[in-house]
Ligand binder design. Structure first.
Ligand SMILES: NC(=O)c1ccc[n+]([C@@H]2O[C@H](COP(=O)([O-])OP(=O)(O)OC[C@H]3O[C@@H](n4cnc5c(N)ncnc54)[C@H](O)[C@@H]3O)[C@@H](O)[C@H]2O)c1
Length: 250
């Protein structure tokens, strides 16, 4: 028996990176998934790999009509929808004093407005299913300040705030809403960082290394499954100890 038997989960940003890994683990635990992403080719390849348990649907999380289509894909293919992993996101790097407003707006539009639209799109299906789970992907940048992440941090703090509000509003419908806050996870998103800066950063962490996607997937599974049946409106952090305290140079 899997922890997600009988469940149907929509995973945004599921074409690669952490989203694809979350989908793999959810399917391994018995779920059927719809992967939504801008990246059609990669998304179709992941869905193909997962076979009859998965479908791909083109999704730009900024657009309500595309969310509606993704929800419809789940209902047509699997008859219902009772879970969402709001994982799609973009990183932007730039100091507050210099960041172009267009870039700030784009980051907020994808990470913050996209997360809001995802929750709004799935609520009717989750209510119809008699309850469900929403896992919003935030970041340690949604709990603590990081130099150079003004827009990203604004959007991820908002994700944590919306998680709490939605949990309060949807609890009576037996819909649990939580967020995960990964620290630095090796993925396409972090590939562009300077390697000397990355090694120095990893060495500072209490666990001395960055995380991997599957280490976040296990938190997502926990929050999406009945293992977390009394958990709602909170954040789970997986950051190798980064936020545990101030790290002096070694
Ligand atoms: N990698 C890290 O260190 C790290 C740390 C903390 C949080 N996160 C968060 O984890 C999530 C997954 O990131 P990742 O590390 O797998 O990076 P990634 O870049 O590999 O994955 C992000 C996915 O989101 C998709 N996406 C981007 N804009 C979209 C849009 N408008 N509509 C639909 N899909 C869109 C991308 O195509 C991609 O498939 C993101 O929300 C990210 O902010 C990442």
């Amino acid at each position: 028996m899997g922890k997600m038997d009988g469940r149907v989960v929509l995973v945004s940003g599921g074409a690669r990176g952490q989203g694809a890994e979350h989908a793999r683990l959810l399917v391994a635990e018995g779920a059927r998934v719809v992967l939504g992403d801008l990246l059609d080719e990669e998304g179709r390849a992941v869905a193909e790999e997962l076979g009859e348990h998965a479908r791909f649907c083109h999704l730009d999380v900024r657009l309500p009509q595309e969310w509606a289509r993704a929800v419809e894909t789940a209902r047509e293919a699997f008859g219902a929808l009772d879970g969402l992993v709001n994982n799609a996101g973009v990183l932007s790097i730039g100091y507050a004093a210099e960041m172009p407003v267009e870039e700030f707006r784009h980051t907020v539009e994808v990470n913050q407005v996209g997360t809001f639209l995802g929750m709004q799109a799935v609520v009717p299906s989750l209510r119809a299913a008699g309850g469900g789970t929403i896992v919003n992907v935030s970041s340690t940048a949604g709990l603590s300040g990081d130099r150079g992440l003004i827009a990203y941090s604004a959007s991820k703090f908002a994700v944590n705030g919306m998680t709490r509000v939605a949990a309060m509003e949807l609890g009576p419908d037996r819909i649990r809403v939580n967020s995960v806050c990964p620290g630095v996870i090796a993925s396409d998103m972090t590939e562009g960082f300077r390697s000397d800066m990355m090694s120095a950063l990893a060495a500072q962490l209490p666990l001395g290394r960055f995380g991997s996607a599957d280490e976040v997937s296990r938190l997502v599974l926990f929050l999406a499954s009945d293992d977390s049946s009394y958990v709602t409106g909170t954040e789970l952090v997986a950051d190798g100890g980064r936020l545990a305290g101030i790290l002096p140079p070694r």
